[in-house]
Design a protein around this ligand. Sequence first.
Ligand code: PMP
Length: 443
Amino acid sequence: MAEHLKNEPSDLAAYWMPFTANRAFQRRPRMVVSAKGMHYTTSDGRQVIDATSGLYCVNAGHGREEIAAAIKEVAYRLDYAPAFQFGHPQAFELANRLTALAPAGLDHVFFSNSGSEAVDTAMKIALAYHRQRGEGQRTRFIGRERGYHGVGFGGLSVGGVPANRRDFGTLLPGIDHLRCTYDREHQSFAIGEPEWGRELADELEQLVALHGASNIAAVVVEPIAGSTGCLPPPKGYLERLREITKRHGILLIFDEVITAFGRTGYGFASERYGLTPDIIAFAKGVTNGAVPFAGTLVSGDIHAALMTGPEHAPEFFHGYTYSGHPLATAAAMATLDIYRDEALFERASTLEEVFADVMMEMQSMPIVLDIRPIGLMCGIDIEPSARGPGVRGYELLQRAFHDHDLYVRVINDTMIVAPSLIATIDELTDIRDRALGALKSLS
Ligand code: PMP
């Protein structure tokens, strides 16, 4: 056995794990020590297939040597560059590449380190933009039920996950939520987008009428709600949101933290839907998960409005010590090279149909209540356990990992499959078979 595999931690109590049932985890810990391609190796030496690209970030597969080499080179040459009032060339080069990949018109990008920071940055840019244009009363935001926008106070406030908000008081004032677009009764086992989009989006008009357009800063949505269950937008929904926001001078912010970098077969899901929001938040796939990194793309109009004021003062009082960190920009450049050279976005597009078919075969299990594939992402709802919502899901995760050598993200009673864009058809069927095996053991 390799030396590092023997190094089990002496005690598990000090590390407080995020979004984890810590006490249960400590009784039955699961550890990974290495990763390659579509697989993790566990500390007890097993190969576990990674059905969720880590946490939707390892879009080019694990252990990419080109990315590791780029990180190593820069770590020796330029370990850190001050993020403020100083620059390093690769950050500018990366900004050029990302804006070239983004929908036309989004030609500036602000760097941060996580999806949460990218969303909170987007919200702060929206507020500053309106204020700069003499509309400082535009402070309200509109999110959506079952939207997930990270854990900063901005993203948490526009997010619509009750459990995430419950313990933290009133959060930001002046936030409303559009209704969730998912409706199992009319949507079960349907591939693609359901039909009822425009009417649902028209609810935005009711909120505009209630508060007055001139008080609303922005609408924040994921084009496809990802981590709360993979909920494809109904037809016409996003288009209608775009029309209504534009008409009222409200900014439209797309949170593409999961959907960017090939997840739907495009650089950004905005492109799939033929839409240009005013702001896009991205993270995860930009570095293939190898270094924490994120960004907020903004339109030329927004940027121009903020590039005002005294020339020798910062135009926007916001930033992070690690914005544009050299290790992150190196990892991102190498990752974008891989996406381009291996045509991975196109590959995702080509795989979409067969992925949907393979996932849909899980209908054979009576406890599977719905399956929603879109792009290379799929939500699979499992009947809640008699012992309460979420219980079976949690157990499923444990068993899937331990007994069936499958890593899959499970939230409440939904499992989310989102494989790397390098997955082969055999690996997709392997994921399905392992998931079915795990479900059978619970039925
Ligand atoms: N937005 C979306 C849509 C996400 O899926 C996530 C993370 N899953 C975030 C924001 C937050 O990203 P992070 O965990 O990097 O802060």
